[in-house]
Design a protein around this ligand. Structure first.
Ligand code: 13P
Length: 260
């Protein structure tokens, strides 16, 4: 029996918004919207890296973590354009999204993602590992796609580091399309991911890994995806840039956590 875990709601801003001033506005509005919240779920945002320090300084009393959208697998040195796990930690960023399909589309491989996960664990940071099929057909091949992504990206990840792994199931066809995977598709994939994890790791450890969902999550589908889809939270793109909608999804997750 899986113990209930706190929902984890992550806003992935991607390469948005266009300016720091607009990022500040979203951030201020999110914090205003959350005034008085008790916080039954964990919340994080992943803004563009250059904005993080400024937004961190403007953080209010709500505990909202900052996550990076990517990270280098190189520890240091001559790697133009890269940012290391320790550089991120030095300004308080202890978790990174890795293997987002938009990066995979630009050539990132499972092996590169795996090196990023191991680099993060080396400094005791966490990895949100994105997996998900490009499309579905009736053969069910998408299960194999996800299984292969999981086993490759988790290669060499020690059981003691499993608490620093979050799996984000993001079917590519659902990202930015306005067409989310429905709750039963999400539940089925969550169970499948749990099974793959417990084939690799002891069941009780595997069952504690948070499995979150991303792909056209909004305030209208969030509750059903949590209740029926049984996911442990969301990785939210478009809707996280709309402060009102993001706040509303966080509150839905808080309510869900309170009453389940
Ligand atoms: P959307 O919520 O815009 O579909 O994006 C999902 C995503 O890619 C989050 O990482």
């Amino acid at each position: 029996m899986k113990k209930r875990v706190r929902p984890f709601i992550v806003g992935n801003w991607k390469m948005n918004p266009a300016t720091l001033a607009r990022a500040e506005k979203i951030w201020v509005d999110v914090q205003k919207g959350l005034v008085g919240r008790k916080g039954q779920s964990d919340v994080a945002i992943a803004p563009p890296l250059p904005f993080i320090i400024d937004l961190k300084e403007m953080a209010g009393p709500q505990k909202i973590e900052f996550v990076s959208q990517d990270v280098s697998f190189h520890p240091e040195g001559a790697h133009t354009g890269e940012v290391s796990v320790s550089q991120l930690r030095s300004f308080g960023v202890k978790c990174s999204i890795v293997g987002h399909s938009e990066r995979r589309a630009d050539g990132e491989t499972d092996q590169m993602i795996n090196r990023k996960v191991l680099a993060l664990h080396e400094v005791k940071s966490s990895a949100i590992i994105c997996v998900g099929e490009k499309s579905r057909d009736s053969t069910g091949d998408y299960f194999n796609v996800v299984e292969d992504q999981l086993s490759a990206t988790l290669a060499g990840v020690k059981v003691e580091d499993l608490s620093r792994v979050i799996i984000a199931y993001e079917p590519v066809w659902a990202i930015g399309s306005g067409k989310n995977a429905n709750a039963s598709q999400v539940e089925e994939m969550k169970l499948f991911i749990q099974k793959v994890l417990s084939d690799i790791y002891p069941r009780e450890k595997a069952s504690m890994v948070r499995i979150i969902y991303g792909g056209s999550v909004n305030e209208d589908n969030a509750e059903e995806l949590l209740k029926v889809g049984t996911v442990d939270g969301f990785l939210i793109g478009g809707a996280s840039l709309d402060a009102k909608e993001f706040v509303s999804i966080i509150k839905i997750a808080d309510d869900y956590a309170r009453f389940v």
